[in-house]
Design a protein around this ligand. Structure first.
Ligand SMILES: [Zn+2]
Length: 350
């Protein structure tokens, strides 16, 4: 075929795939396992109820509710991220304040619904509202406590034990110089206590940001009947990186019926590959542990620079089109987009 014929023809095929993807998204409860849109709301008063336009790949501003609706994203795990540089008692105070603040914003929005159970999720979808599932990044938000319920966080559906720094709960995956001099190796005794309390209170444990030592300590002690999550990560089977998890870790998560959400940050996925890198990481998860354990965990609005083809949530159909282009079945794509996570939510909070 001559180059001038190839252009229009492949464009027509691509357009057809994208409309197929849009149709698929309309009938799918697509959920993103990690949205940081509450950060710009806290820092700059960003209004997630209004449409924003950013012409470039921007560190934040990837998501708002009108654009989520246009892109076909029906819900997300909305992270309440902990500032590690505060004192223990002020972290607890700020956490209580942030839970109340996010909830008030959601309840004041006609486009959103506060969702902490699978039943509430289904109701939100029926009403055409974006399901805001409150989660935590950095369980040191609890300060001196070891219970989300006691801290006023009974609505929190999942939490990472650690974030970018180690804490008295456990060791981060971030390669900080000298971290073993001031922080624990792996999960601390206090972290172990928290794992037990999260299991008892049905707060899903999210192992994103955990060092491998922390990860395996948690696998050894947590209640195996509850699914483990790694909400936003890459996989080292595609691109070895300290932020990514290996095949043994994928198998451990899958062994609990859990899910792994693929992040959209090229620094962790392998630079220069764009949207196809996201699909490559998803494909590796499917190859190693099957299609029931892969999901999306963009980290949009978390100061990442997503690939240009995923620079905001309206471009989600392009990612779905790329999955279909790979020959994946509609069933598989729907599982990755939302059904896999909803299975985990139903398991602990029907
Ligand atoms: Zn993160």
């Amino acid at each position: 075929m001559s180059p001038d014929l190839a252009g229009p023809r492949s464009r027509a095929v691509a357009d057809e795939r994208t409309s197929e993807a849009r149709a698929l998204l309309q009938t799918t409860a697509a959920v993103d396992l990690h949205l940081d849109t509450f950060i710009p709301t806290r820092l700059f008063g960003y209004d997630f109820d209004a449409t924003h336009a950013y012409p470039f790949r921007h560190l934040i501003g990837h998501v708002d509710l009108p654009r989520a609706a246009r892109g076909g994203l029906k819900g997300g795990l909305w992270s309440i991220t902990t500032n590690p540089f505060r004192s223990s008692s002020s972290r607890l105070r700020i956490f209580r304040h942030n839970v109340a603040r996010l909830r008030a914003l959601v309840e004041g929005s006609r486009q959103a619904a506060w969702v902490t159970t699978a039943t509430a999720f289904a109701a939100a979808i029926d009403q055409g509202r974006h399901a805001v599932i409150p989660v935590v990044q950095g369980a040191n938000c609890l300060g001196p406590l070891s219970s989300f319920r006691e801290a006023g966080g009974a609505d929190v559906v999942s939490a990472t034990l650690v974030h970018l720094t180690s804490s008295n709960l456990g060791e981060t995956s971030t390669p900080l110089p000298g971290k073993h001099r001031w922080g624990p190796r792996g999960l601390s005794a206090r972290g172990h206590l928290l794992v037990e309390s999260m299991n008892a209170e049905k707060v899903l444990i999210d192992l994103a940001h955990a060092a491998a030592s922390t990860f395996w300590d948690v696998v050894a002690v947590h209640d195996r009947s509850q699914p483990l999550l790694v909400t936003h990560t890459g996989v080292s089977g595609v691109f070895p990186h300290w932020r990514n998890i290996d095949d043994a870790q994928l198998k451990a998560v899958a062994g609990t019926g859990g899910v792994i959400g693929v992040i959209f940050h090229p620094g962790f996925l392998g630079p220069g590959l764009g949207l196809s890198a996201v699909v490559a990481h998803l494909a590796h998860i499917v190859d190693v542990v099957g299609e029931d354990h892969a999901a999306l965990g963009s980290d949009w609005d978390g100061f990442i620079t997503p690939p240009a083809e995923l620079k905001d949530v309206t471009l989600l159909p392009g990612l779905v089109a790329a999955m279909l282009q790979r020959g994946w079945s509609v069933e598989r794509v729907k599982k990755i987009l939302g059904e896999n996570f909803l299975r985990c939510l139903r398991a602990v909070r029907p």
